[in-house]
Design a protein around this ligand. Sequence first.
Ligand SMILES: C[S@@+](CC[C@H](N)C(=O)[O-])C[C@H]1O[C@@H](n2cnc3c(N)ncnc32)[C@H](O)[C@@H]1O
Ligand code: SF4
Length: 331
Amino acid sequence: MNDLLGRPLRNLRLSVTDRCNLRCEYCMPEDDYVWLPREDVLHFEETSALVDVFLALGVDKIRLTGGEPLLRRDLPQLVGMLRGIEQVEDIALTTNGVLLPRFAAALREAGLMRITVSLDTLDPQTFRTLSGGRGEVEQVLAGIAAAEAAGFERIKLNCVVMRGVNDAQVLDLVERFRGTGHIVRFIEYMDVGTLNHWSRDLVVPSAELLARIEARWPLRALEPNYRGEVAGRYALADGSGEIGIISSVSQPFCGDCSRARLSADGRMYTCLFASDGHDLRSALRGGASDDELAGIVDAVWSKRSDRYSEQRAGLRAHGDGRKVEMFSIGG
Ligand SMILES: C[S@@+](CC[C@H](N)C(=O)[O-])C[C@H]1O[C@@H](n2cnc3c(N)ncnc32)[C@H](O)[C@@H]1O
Ligand code: SF4
């Protein structure tokens, strides 16, 4: 099943909650948020039923995200349900890490295969500022340690780089995690949503960042692990590790995007920068069969032509400015 630009549907990002225990400046700055009412959020059985539909249409990789997915009660139970489905080849989680000490072991036991932890700085004060005063870097480091202890390896550590905020600290992150097998990935600050007051001046282009890292640790470019991998991979030439660079603004990768996103209330989004999602929950709760649901998803995907990042300049100048928030649909 391909979209209008010939892109297959392979990956599904499942947002399990829109709530979060942090208030990262670039995602969910402090504000009065109105959360999804509980009855609007998909039950695990409903999520699992929709996942079945996506799997039948070609998806084989699932990532749980949010909001902060570890705020969703009994998340390991959902992991277990999804892991029990034969066609699921990969099931991963993106988390801010704060609650990992409590849940890492149960997630591993339930069958979670990979973890990505967001960590933008090692500096306690910068962390506090960036997370809206709601978290401490030590909590995230404890979370990473708990994930290691539970048996997770090659943990990906996502760092959103903002000029003048944390860009002076990227080398510290490389230093801290080289030799551990974990992979620090630097992400260009994106204009997702409408609340973060994005400005291009705050983006540190990957080329500039790579040059800074290279000046300290010579790098060797690596082949992608698979077609459509969003991070450019680089090995530290001294053999001590690997880093990733996600150039979402300076070198958009829409051409290979095979991701669909499902919000916690069951809306399907075909782009991180979409303004509207397609409501699958109503059809599901209305008693639609698997075939009928598959028909809806197929119709949405087949009409897809989104490539926001490649058209950013024009769309920012002439679009209507509406965009879904990142915490509603995950990263
Ligand atoms: C929306 S969060 C959801 C999962 C979890 N709460 C976390 O922070 O890992 C997923 C990812 O999106 C990234 N993200 C959020 N806003 C971003 C932005 N404006 N530009 C680039 N990445 C962003 C976060 O850093 C995180 O790695
Ligand atoms: S990036 Fe993750 S941790 Fe930060 S506010 Fe957004 S959802 Fe919460």
